[in-house]
Design a protein around this ligand. Structure first.
Ligand SMILES: Cc1ncc(COP(=O)(O)O)c(C=O)c1O
Length: 489
């Protein structure tokens, strides 16, 4: 164990790093299924960490189904353990693309949320996970306590008490912001839209990771921007060498990324890489529009820092929301646009005048009342367990050759199917069978990822979810069999 590499573990706690190290030995074949792994005491002594730390790491690996404890005997790699391989590093595009994917995306998004469908398609948390009753109570109390204010236009910049609360929470992401640095918006999507509009002109090129969140592609298309897809690592995000080359070769107006628990890859860019990213972009005077909507959903103990934490020049426009942690329907998002603050405020005024007042009042009161951190801890634990469970179920039901992402936070899994499976056809067949999935091509400006799908894990585990995964597995097998038959014919 002593010689194994720690990997790209920045931002993880000690026990997670120990777990990663042991998992690395299992994945790399040093420790094989059925074999005994070092005892807790021995590993603790070898690594110079406490017995408790190793115990916690082993517990995490037990949860993940990687190892098992055998009474009186120690810990063993589970005999049936099979780690599905990760999706491969993606390739960038040679040139910027004009977008024509908006209609396809909207069709798929509308279908994903139909009633009577097991919704594995949209990255939406099931309402059971949110403190719905308390939030709605705060809404009722807020409008009762301040009826006139609740009906009035809010300030263009946004509800002040809410901005105070957001600035306090931003400390967790490594940011020292004042309420004056923030603008509230109806959701992170609106924040991204306004920020991108503030730093670009129609026809400009925006560098993005690939695959990327389809909502971002919608924004680029509607602002008549061109997308430059940059090669991306499945665990740590955009390839900085490739980005550096792209910036040196052509004019890029902005870079738009989801560096922390990206969608769909679930990757987390380590702190040091975030620092280098921010430096690289500042050197080329290219603003970074950072979508941090999943940042609070870390599976580990601490929340990773935002890329904006490394920004000394106001060059990073930080965007996020409470859609993934409190309620998507309240539409509470924000931006800290750095030196573009006044441009973003003017655009907000032009598009919205102000954000709706009552939900802002309610969320401000909710945060003031405390308990958000406790709620987040529960949510993170639930999503971590669901991610592992869903990943194991997929590994069991899908054909060999399937690759599955290993997110350290967030709520989605990115799945690379055997290459003959057409994800758009699979999407249609799954929908007919009552299951929605997000097909790969909607995550690309150039409709790549033909044989990839994204699965939302944020729905309570139940027999119907289990059946939905089994149905998907059957459809993927059938698609493969069909392909084999068609080739033989
Ligand atoms: C990466 C990313 N950004 C933004 C959004 C939209 O967030 P909001 O509902 O706050 O507008 C989503 C929703 O799925 C998302 O996945």
């Amino acid at each position: 164990v002593g010689n194994a590499r720690f990997g790209d573990a920045a931002g993880l706690t000690l026990y997670q790093r120990v777990a990663m190290r042991v998992q690395g030995l299992v994945d790399g074949g040093t420790l094989r299924p059925g074999e005994r792994i070092p005892s807790v005491r021995r590993l603790a002594a070898q690594l110079g960490v406490s017995v408790t730390t190793v115990l916690e790491a082993y517990r995490l690996l037990e949860d993940r189904g990687v190892i098992e404890a055998r009474p009186q005997s120690g810990y063993y790699v589970r005999p049936q353990h099979r780690t599905p391989p990760l999706p491969r590093k993606t390739e960038g595009a040679r040139s910027a693309t004009t977008l024509d994917v908006g209609e396809m995306i909207l069709r798929v998004v509308n279908e994903a949320t139909q009633p009577d469908v097991v919704c594995l398609g949209a990255a939406v948390g099931s309402l059971e996970f949110f403190p719905t009753a308390r939030l709605n109570r705060e809404l009722a109390r807020a409008v009762r306590a301040e009826p006139e204010r609740s009906l009035a236009y809010d300030a263009v910049q946004g509800h002040e008490e809410l901005r105070v609360q957001i600035a306090r929470r931003a400390l967790e992401a490594g940011l020292s912001l004042t309420p004056e640095d923030l603008v509230t918006t109806p959701g992170a999507q609106s924040a991204m839209y306004l920020c991108l509009r503030a730093v670009t002109e129609p026809g400009d090129t925006v560098a993005i990771e690939t695959p990327t969140y389809y909502g971002l592609l919608e924004i680029l298309e509607s602002l008549h921007l061109r997308a430059l897809e940059i090669a991306t690592f499945p665990e740590t995000g955009i390839c900085l060498d490739a980005l550096g080359e792209a910036l040196a070769a052509r004019r890029v107006a902005a870079c738009a990324l989801v560096p922390t628990f990206g969608n769909p890859l679930g990757h987390c860019m380590p702190d040091e890489k975030k620092r280098r990213l921010v430096e690289l972009l500042a050197r080329h005077e290219v603003p970074l529009v950072e979508d941090d909507v999943f940042g609070d959903l870390a599976f580990g103990v601490s929340r990773p820092r935002a890329a904006k934490a490394f920004d000394g020049e106001g060059n990073v426009l930080w965007c996020s929301s409470f859609s993934k942690t409190l309620s998507p329907g309240y539409r509470i998002g924000w931006a800290a646009p750095g030196r573009y603050l006044s441009a973003v405020m003017r655009l907000k005024f032009a598009a919205q005048v102000a954000a709706p007042t009552p939900p802002q009042m309610a969320v401000a009161r909710f945060l003031e009342g405390g308990g958000f951190d406790r709620h987040l801890r529960r949510l993170r634990r639930a999503y971590r367990e669901l991610t592992l469970r869903m990943s194991s179920a997929i590994a069991e039901c899908f054909p060999s050759g399937t690759r599955i992402s290993r997110p350290a936070g967030g709520q989605v899994l990115w799945i690379e199917l055997p290459e003959n499976v057409d994800a758009m056809r699979l999407h249609d067949a799954a929908l007919a069978a009552g299951v929605s999935i997000a097909p790969g091509p909607i995550f690309s400006a150039s409709r790549r990822y033909r044989s990839f799908i994204r699965i939302n894990v944020a729905t309570p585990w139940s027999p119907s979810v289990e059946r939905a995964i089994a149905t998907l597995g059957r459809l993927v097998h059938e698609a493969l069999d069909g392909e084999v038959t068609a080739r033989r014919a």
